[in-house]
Write a protein that binds this ligand. Structure first.
Ligand code: SF4
Length: 329
């Protein structure tokens, strides 16, 4: 592994100044992705700034908003009572997203910034990867690509966004709080990630040294039903082939509010506003569910290995909608 200097940050502003002023520096939180990539030679920072002792943890409820510090662990968030009661599909996504050992290490900010699982990205022996080296090509487009994206993809990159947690978060209109050398700002999670286009190495709107400090999550109304359905090749320790996060409010069998997002198929966590528009005001049933699924998966970019995901993504959403409405009066 490339040698690096380890620094434990003792103040948020100094940590930001350090990373912003040094192109070789990176933040270190739980390290569950970053250390793997360093051992594999994909990442080679000269300096790691450990932010886990900074006062950026904790969960606080303020009215209908949950404030989650960036170094809160996945397990802490999954165990939170408000999450269990008001954001059940987020809890499901957290529990399905990693083993308990990983959940105890991995942070919420780190989860949002986790790197792709694309095998070509993670293998420095593969030279063609635009995400590692812009302009080098994309080995996945002509290679084995079963786990790759069909939405938001381009011929330059079809890497899928791997986070389960981010899928219900985009459905909820969560907002990330950022701190950089020029101050604080808030960015909706739906605008935080960037599509690959011809620059897949640029994955989000963060500027050099900018740090996620917190995530603001609107709570669902108590009467809202929600579910997170994850389809994968085996029942645990596996990433999603497809997933669907659905939250619906029903009023006498008619759908009022609808929130829908897909995972495992997008280069970014994939909000599906067209599907939500189909569902809103429709009687809860197969006709609306099927129409919503058709609206959710439009203009897919497929390669040989990923073509099956078009149908699977639609069926995943239909099944999630059936599940969330089952037994409704
Ligand atoms: Fe690299 Fe993206 Fe192609 Fe994977 S899909 S090889 S990450 S450019």
């Amino acid at each position: 592994m490339h040698e690096f200097e380890y620094l434990r940050a003792d103040e948020v502003g100094r940590a930001v100044a350090t990373v912003a002023g040094d192109p070789g520096a990176s933040y270190l939180a739980g390290g569950t992705t970053q250390l793997d990539l360093m051992k594999d030679g994909v990442l080679a920072p000269d300096r790691l700034v450990d932010i886990t002792r900074l006062p950026l943890g904790g969960i606080a409820c303020d009215g209908d908003m949950l404030h989650v510090g960036a170094v809160t662990t996945m397990e802490e968030l999954a165990a939170d009572r408000t999450v269990a009661e008001r954001l059940p599909f987020l809890r499901q996504a957290l529990l399905l997203g990693a083993s308990v050992q990983l959940r105890n290490m991995a942070t919420i900010g780190g989860n949002l910034l986790q790197r792709t699982r694309c095998r070509y990205f993670r293998d420095p022996a593969v030279s063609a990867c635009n995400k590692r080296l812009r302009g080098s090509g994309c080995a996945a487009v002509h290679g084995a690509a079963r786990m790759h994206a069909i939405l938001g993809a381009s011929q330059h990159c079809i890497a899928v966004h791997a986070s389960d947690m981010a899928v219900p978060l985009v459905a909820l209109d969560a907002v990330v709080r950022l701190l950089g050398r020029h101050g604080e700002r808030s960015v909706p999670l739906t605008e935080f990630y960037l599509l690959p286009g011809d620059t897949p190495d640029v994955e989000n709107v963060l500027s050099r040294g900018e740090l996620i400090t917190a995530v603001e999550i609107p709570l669902l109304a108590p009467e809202t039903r929600s579910t997170y359905l994850k389809v994968r090749d085996r029942a645990s320790y596996e990433f999603a082939l497809t997933s669907a996060a659905v939250a619906l409010r029903l009023d006498g069998g008619v759908i009022g509010e609808a929130r829908v997002a897909l995972g495992g198929v997008g280069t970014v966590p994939w909000r599906a506003p067209a599907a939500e528009a189909v569902l809103r005001g429709a009687p809860a049933g197969e006709e609306a569910f099927t129409a919503a699924a058709e609206a959710a998966v439009v203009d897919p970019f497929t390669v040989e290995g990923t073509a099956f995901k078009v149908e699977l993504a639609k069926r995943t959403l239909v099944r999630a909608l059936r599940t969330v409405t089952a037994g409704a009066p």
